[in-house]
Design a binder for this molecule. Structure first.
Ligand code: LLP
Length: 414
């Protein structure tokens, strides 16, 4: 459910015409709906109210500081994977005790930053990292709260690039290695195990894999108790999918219900790390048609957004609905919607039935709020798009469009 809809033949973001925003801020333009963010976060968080829990928004999905502030105001904690994300979360006003830190390659300086900040816990992904956190904590005279990230070897049945809980993936430690790591953690003076962590993948469209992983974790937790390790937190990661096309992912309430049934009576605080389910359908990418071009085999709609703005179609063959901003009732034609970048992999949509749009018209790519801007780049020396947040009839420029000078500002002197 989101607040981008058609009224009087025009696409609106809440109370504001998308075409007005494009005229004011230019294209390509990311438009976010504050009401959608609020609605998604509140619905997600409410789904777990039967359990002691903390919803830590996954910063990587959409890390704009204005988005983070909006979520922090609703009480969100944050899931971070870098020092940069920690900086953002703190700048957004998130309490350090609501921040969890995952990732396979935490560097010493990042560990130090997180320890000095006093985050809730590190989700540790290797023996090397465990030792390093202990060493840095010792140097600082601190004790690091940690969880081991368990790789439960469960198939999340999603795109291979975003599956993380299979043995062949680089993430976490398998069950036996995790057990050994907890034993080692017990011996280390400057780390204290406070939780168990697990994240099996992203864009899951069924709750079965989550529950399969949970079953393994619960059994594992019993084994930890046997060796005198009692934890407080169960971090189940993120991963709940959203409808991009015809998918019918479970509602967070169904997930919450299933977790409550399995976890009631246990004195554990559940941590969740939702990203896409909060941000995905809270944003669109608006682009102007530059040219149309017919070849013997294809109709191309060349737009001013490209894979540097939204890489998901190129990287994961993912689907984003493309719609006219002001539909004129024309017959659809089968087209590829492509960008100006010099690669055949630069496409935003393939083989779509889209009205015969003309240069100068606007199209919107839906479900672009998560992993859209946050994965964007300057490839082909394209300044990054602007981001705006609409809140009712109020419009905030959340990030200005980059300029040509911005492109070279960090380079040289040479
Ligand atoms: N927690 C951890 C440890 C993660 O690695 C991720 C996502 C999340 C939480 C949030 O997952 P979500 O709720 O958003 O599914 N760029 C890809 C998605 C990569 C996800 C990486 N990790 C895409 O555009 O589909």
């Amino acid at each position: 459910m989101h607040y981008f809809d058609y009224r009087g033949g025009e696409l609106y973001a809440e109370e504001v015409k998308v075409s007005d925003l494009a005229a004011r801020f230019g294209t390509p333009l990311y438009i976010y709906s504050a009401a959608t963010f609020r609605r998604h976060f509140s619905a997600f968080d409410a789904a777990f109210e039967g359990l002691a829990h903390l919803s830590c928004y996954s910063v990587k999905a959409n890390s704009n500081i204005c988005v983070l502030r909006l979520l922090a105001e609703l009480g969100a904690g944050m899931d971070i994977v870098s020092g940069g994300e920690l900086h953002r979360a703190l700048a957004a006003g998130v309490a350090p005790r609501k921040i969890v830190y995952s990732g396979v390659g935490k560097r010493e300086a990042e560990i130090r930053f997180a320890l000095e900040t006093g985050i809730l816990m590190f989700n540790v992904e290797s023996f090397g990292e465990l030792e390093r956190i202990d060493a840095v904590a010792r140097e600082l005279g601190k004790t690091a709260r940690i969880s081991l990230r368990i790789n439960p070897d469960v198939d999340p049945k999603t795109h291979p690039y975003i599956s993380t809980g299979l043995q062949k993936n680089k993430f976490g430690l398998d069950i036996e290695a995790s057990f050994a790591a907890y034993q080692r953690a017990k011996e280390l003076p400057n780390v204290v195990p406070v939780g168990i962590d697990c994240h099996i993948g992203s864009q899951l469209t069924s709750i079965e894999p989550f529950l399969e992983a949970l079953t393994r974790i619960i059994t594992f937790n019993e084994r930890l108790k046997d060796i005198g390790i009692v934890i407080d937190y169960l971090d189940l990661g993120g991963g709940l999918g959203i409808p991009y096309d015809q998918e019918t992912p479970p509602h967070p309430a169904a997930y919450g219900q299933a977790l409550s049934e399995r976890l009631k009576g246990r004195s554990l605080t559940v941590i969740l790390e939702p990203g896409r389910v909060i941000a995905g359908n809270a944003g669109i990418l608006v682009s102007e048609v530059v040219y149309t071009k017919q070849t013997k085999s294809k109709n191309f709609v060349i737009v001013d957004a490209a894979m540097n703005d939204l890489v998901r179609p190129s990287l994961y063959q993912s689907f984003h609905a493309v719609r006219e901003v002001a539909p004129k009732g024309r017959q659809p034609v089968n087209v590829d919607v492509v960008g100006p970048i010099c690669e055949s992999g630069d496409f935003l949509a393939k083989d779509r039935d889209l009205a015969a749009v003309a240069p100068g018209e606007l199209v919107a790519l839906f479900s672009a709020g998560a992993y859209g801007f946050s994965m964007s780049s300057n490839y082909n020396s394209r300044p990054r798009a602007a981001e705006v947040i609409v809140d009712g009839d109020r419009v905030v420029l959340a990030r200005r469009r980059e300029t040509y000078d911005d492109l070279i500002a960090l380079e040289g002197p040479c």
